[in-house]
Design a protein around this ligand. Structure first.
Ligand code: SF4
Length: 235
């Protein structure tokens, strides 16, 4: 009973938000303008096109770097080692050299080693397909877990990076301080049919138009719907 009341309160809270009234129109317009499917290394791996372990590794390599660096590091690494036991067998120095272009290569090498070891020993070499199991692996955070669930296993989840957090706040869809809170708020208001495409569209939208500093509002396809919350400067 308590949970049911809590759920109803949350629904009322979100449906009172006037900025989400056009959420479907905005998503349709964005989908038309931002064809993400072939645009990033990870998006090219989507849904059965790639081994889940490669998706997990590319996601770990993509943290805090540009896509071109992720692609280069992934290709260099997979040419030598594309499964947990091969990454474990690589000498540390060699692993660092292979993924050097992704930046933070020392830390990422340590993470790749320990993640590979856990997958081999705890999951028999197979990347697990539940949020709980993925999050139980040291070095795998919420965004990475959701990328793997969405991209490798085609599950309806919401991977939230900096763009996916910033833009819904500018649009007034949510009022949140962290990507994690954005994820939970979006789950309440974004119709499920948009969940699969949300990350791809918003990453591309955030990189090209709704940029962190001085977004291109004059070129934005959803400008007429946007209250531009906390946007101090725009072009
Ligand atoms: S109008 Fe400007 S702030 Fe609003 S979504 Fe478009 S680019 Fe971003």
């Amino acid at each position: 009973m308590f949970l049911r009341n809590l759920y109803n309160l949350r629904v009322i809270k979100y449906t009172m938000n006037k900025y989400i009234q056009n959420i479907s129109s905005e998503m349709r317009l964005l989908a038309k303008h931002f064809n993400y499917s072939e645009r990033t290394t990870l998006n090219r791996m989507r849904c059965n096109k790639e081994d889940p372990f490669r998706i997990l590794v590319s996601c770990l390599l993509s943290l805090r770097t540009q896509d071109k660096n992720t692609e280069k590091a992934s290709n260099m690494l997979f040419a030598e080692a594309d499964m947990p036991r091969k990454i474990i067998a690589l000498p540390m120095k060699k692993l660092e050299k292979l993924i050097y272009s992704s930046g933070h290569y020392k830390k990422k090498s340590r993470v790749l080693k320990s993640v590979s070891k856990e997958i081999l020993t705890r999951f028999n070499g197979k990347v697990p397909n539940t949020e709980e199991e993925l999050l139980s692996i040291k070095g795998v955070g919420r965004k990475t877990a959701n990328i793997v669930l969405s991209f490798a296993f085609c599950q309806q989840v919401l991977p939230i990076d900096t763009h996916c957090h910033r833009i819904p706040n500018r649009l007034g869809w949510v009022k949140t301080k962290t990507p994690e809170k954005t994820e939970f708020a979006l789950r309440e208001i974004l119709p499920k049919k948009y969940w699969m495409e949300f990350n791809g569209i918003f990453v591309l939208f955030g990189k090209t138009i709704c940029q962190p500093i001085s977004p291109w509002c004059s070129k934005c396809p959803i400008q007429k719907y946007c209250p531009r919350i906390n946007v101090k400067r725009s072009r």
